[in-house]
Write a protein that binds this ligand. Sequence first.
Ligand SMILES: Cc1ncc(COP(=O)(O)O)c(C=O)c1O
Length: 444
Amino acid sequence: MSGHIQALGGTEGSRAWFERARASLAGGISSSSRLTSTGPHPYPLYIESGAGTRIRDVDGNDYLDYLLSYGSAVLGHAPPDLTDALTRVLHSGTMFGTCNTPEVELAERIRDMVPCAELVRFANSGSEAVQGAVRAARGHTGLSTILKFEGHYHGWTDTLAVSNRPSAAEAGPYAAPHAVPHSPGIPSGVVDDVVVCPWNDPAALRAVLDAHRGRLAAVICEPIVANNACTMPAPGYLDLLRDECTARGIVLIFDEVCTGFRTGPGGAQTLFGVVPDIAVFSKALGGGLPIAAFAGLRQVMEPLAQGRVKHGGTYNASPLCATAALVTLGRLNRPETVEHIDATGRRIMESIRRAAHDRRVPCAVQGVGAMFQIVFTPDGVPTRQYRDLLHADQARYHAFRHALLERGVHTNAYGMACWFVAATVTEEELTATCEAVEAAFTVL
Ligand SMILES: Cc1ncc(COP(=O)(O)O)c(C=O)c1O
C-alpha cells in the first residue's frame, strides 16, 4: 500500500457487500454508527486492509485514514511492533480467564501515566468501562442519580444513553434540559436516574446541582467533547466542576475514552491540570484491540477493591489485549510520539482554516492536534455546547467530507464526531492531506 493516494474510484464492491450484508446482519451493520454513506451512495465502505495511515477498500481505493477506527488505531494500522507482540501471544494462548502478568504491568503503567489512577480495573469497551465507573461511584456514595451534559456521549448502554443527540423539539428548556432516551428500549426508571445539564455554563451547572442537592452520585463529562465536534471546555470550567464536586461530595468522572493517552500521556486531566475522581479509557489504550479501563482515586475504588461493589467480565484484560495496550502505551508515553501526532493535526487544522479563509467559508476548526473537527457554524464561531451544533450546516459538512473522500482522505461521516490523527502520518501524507483539503474547498 505505498505510492500516492488515488481519487475515489468505483465503490461497486462496497455496494454489493452492503446488499449482501442486509440479508443476514440487522440493517447490514454491526454498530448503529456504521450506517454511513459514501456520499451520494447510500452504503458504507468495506475496508479490507490497512498499513500505517492508509486503508484500502474492497474496490482497491486507497485512503489516508483519519477515522482511525474511531481513534483506536492511534499507532496506525498493523504497526509492526504491535503485530509482532500479538503474534507471540497468539502462539502462547490468547486468554485463560485467569489473572495474568500483562494486566498487572498495564495497571502499573496506567498508574504511572494518569494522575487519578491509583487503582485500575479493565473492561472490553468504553461503554462497559463507563458502566464500571458509574457502578463504583454509586457504590461509593450510596446514591443513584448521575448528572451528564447534553450532547456528551458515554456509550450505547442504558445507563447513560440519554440526551446524546436530542432534537430541538425534544430537548426541553435550555437551562434544565429534558432527559431524552437515545433509543426505544431504554427503561424510564434508568432515565429517571439521569439529570441533564448544558455544558460550559457555570450558572446553569450550579442551578442544576442545587436542584438535585444530596441526590447525585456522580457528574460525568467528556473533558473535550469529541462527540460534539471537539467542543473545548471554556477556560476554568473543568476547575469549576472539580471544585463543585469536591464541595458537594459528588464523584467527578472524566470520560477519557477519546482524549485518554492521545492528548498526552496523562490525557485531558494532565492537559487541563484537573484531576477527576475516576477516569474512563478505551480507544487509544488498545491500539486497535478491544480493551478499556476505569481508574480512580483509592478512596472511590476501595469498595471495588474490597469486593463489596461487583464488576466482572470474561474477557477483561486478556493477555492479547493487555499486551496490545502495553505496546501502545509504551509508544504513547514517548514525547516524540505525542508531539508528532499533535504537530501533524495542528498543520491539518491550519490548512483547513487557511482554505476556509481564502474561500470565505465561515467555519470553526476546533479541538487539539490529536483530535479536531470542522464545524460550519453560521458565524464561524466555535461551539460552546451541544445546542450550538443544531445550527451548524451539516449538509456542508457532508459535502466537505465527500469531497475529501473522493480525494483519498477518509474522515468521520458524522459532523458531530471528529478527525483522529495517527502516529504514522508522513510528511508526504500530510502534504497530500492538506492538498485534498484545499481542493475540497473549491467544490463547497
Ligand atoms: C467519549 C466516549 N465514551 C464512551 C464511548 C463508548 O465506547 P465503546 O464504543 O467502546 O463502547 C465512546 C465511543 O465512541 C466515546 O466516544
